[in-house]
Design a protein. Structure first.
Lengths: 246, 223
């Protein structure tokens, strides 16, 4: 296998060029997917026979929760790359993805609370999956706080990477202990291995929304990373050239 | 290797005994936090009994966290931490000795004190061994996980609050299992499952946390 692309990833200039080319595509894809998915999901998908129209909030809730969880795994992966290959871009990715992940967790929690009021009759219950999302939010806060507390950039990168990895090891333990502690929430909506229990006209827009959220996540991550790369490399020649061109 | 472990251990003891006040501080904190609860919610024994496992465990959590804040600070400031990093002996082993010593002066003391507070919160006497056992298995995890956070924040001025922010979410499984064991005992249910899980966590953190602590200290010292 050709690994040269992996080494190229270490170069901020290469990343800046290639991400500039990818960005419009991801942007168009996210807008299309989110537009089609939300219009289909909010207006054309059939009503739920029990929950009526209030179920439609899953078209925001489930994708946000998906992205929130996979974003943490991405943080830990970036942390491993930072520690093992000392790649500066991995640190940039870690630092830029953490606030997005925290916001996604927050969106998932808020939409869940709004959905819970008509369905369960209360905004918040100490149910296992709600609680694990809340803990995930706290883990994000910890990573953001640590990355901002250390002023030296290299030290901060490595320390945050270690914390992200320790957190990833802990996530399954936290998840199972909280599950054991209390369970009221319905089981996971999507499983890769099983056919979903919803009719196709309900889950297809959901799938579009999930893909759209991932595309949106990529767009905002790339934009934040490009800005951070420019900020870090502002003394180099290629940044001056790139800025003069625009 | 055994010699260096012994040397480190005696050094830690000597340092600890020269400042006996600092040994007592977490315990006094533990006692005060626990006595605040009956004052806040009222002295009704039934309510105290339902709350007792949670109150004792949360107080133990906070006491450990407070005592961890200064775990590596004096070693960092006088430069002995740098000597540790430079020494030919494995850093993970040396920090393990240090953390275990911390557990012996803080966690073990909490275990010994816990039956007293269990009685004060009107837990039935037959539950007290379970309370002690859950703390005995759980507090090493608290010390080891907390030391990871203490290592990552070692050079920072405002370490205290940050340490709590980093570490408290990671303490949640221990809290759930520890209080779960005591509550099960209060209801007369078997506690073996909880005890085995707590033991699992203890073994896991005993084997993995020293590596993370050593990595954190290397980062902190290199600054």
């Amino acid at each position: 296998m050709n690994w040269s692309f992996f080494h190229k990833l270490g170069s901020p200039k290469w990343f800046y060029d290639i991400s500039g080319r990818w960005l419009p595509w991801f942007f168009v894809a996210s807008m299309l997917l989110l537009g089609v998915g939300s219009v289909w999901g909010l207006f054309f998908a059939p009503q739920d026979y029990q929950q009526g129209n209030s179920f439609r909030i899953i078209y925001i809730h489930v994708p946000a929760a998906f992205v929130a969880q996979s974003c943490y795994v991405m943080l830990a992966a970036a942390g491993i790359v930072t520690l093992v290959w000392r790649m500066k871009l991995a640190d940039v990715a870690l630092r830029c993805a953490a606030p997005i992940g925290a916001w996604m967790t927050f969106i998932a929690l808020v939409t869940g609370a709004i959905w819970g009021k008509p369905t369960w009759g209360t905004y918040w219950v100490w149910d296992a999956r709600l609680t694990s999302m809340l803990i995930l939010l706290f883990l994000y806060f910890g990573i953001i706080a640590l990355s901002q507390a250390i002023s030296n950039r290299d030290t901060s990168a490595k320390a945050t990477a270690v914390l992200a990895i320790v957190g990833l090891v802990n996530i399954p333990i936290i998840k199972y202990s909280v599950d054991w502690w209390n369970t009221l929430h319905q089981p996971a909506t999507f499983k890769i291995t099983e056919k979903p229990a919803m009719p196709v006209e309900m889950w297809l827009p959901l799938l579009l929304m999930v893909l759209g959220f991932y595309a949106l996540f990529t767009v905002s991550l790339l934009m934040r990373m490009r800005l951070e790369v420019l900020r870090r490399e502002h003394k180099t020649r290629w940044v001056r050239d790139a800025l003069e061109k625009t | 290797m055994l010699q260096i472990i012994w040397l480190l251990f005696t050094r830690e003891w000597r340092l600890a005994w020269r400042r006996p006040g600092q040994l007592l501080n977490p315990l006094v904190f533990f006692a005060i936090v626990i006595s605040l609860f009956p004052l806040a919610v009222g002295p009704e024994p039934g309510m105290l009994r339902t709350m007792a496992p949670g109150v004792i465990w949360v107080a133990a959590l906070l006491a450990t966290l407070l005592s961890l804040d200064g775990l590596f600070r004096s070693d960092y400031e006088d430069g002995s931490l740098e000597q540790w990093v430079l020494s030919p002996h494995p850093l993970a082993l040396m920090v393990l000795v240090k953390v275990l010593h911390h557990w012996m002066v803080c966690g073990l003391a909490l275990v010994v004190l816990s039956p007293l507070f269990g009685l004060m919160l009107s837990l039935p006497a037959k539950v007290l061994p379970v309370l002690g056992m859950s703390l005995l298995l759980g507090t090493p995890v608290l010390s080891l996980l907390g030391a990871v956070g203490a290592a990552l924040t070692v050079g920072l001025k405002s370490g205290g609050v940050l340490l709590a922010l980093l570490i408290l979410p990671l303490y949640i499984p221990v809290l759930i299992l520890g209080t779960g064991a005591v509550e099960a005992a209060v209801q007369g249910m078997p506690v073996t499952g909880y005890a085995l899980w707590l033991g699992c966590l203890a073994v896991l953190s005993l084997s993995l946390a020293p590596v993370a602590i050593a990595a954190g200290l290397r980062i902190g010292v290199s600054e």
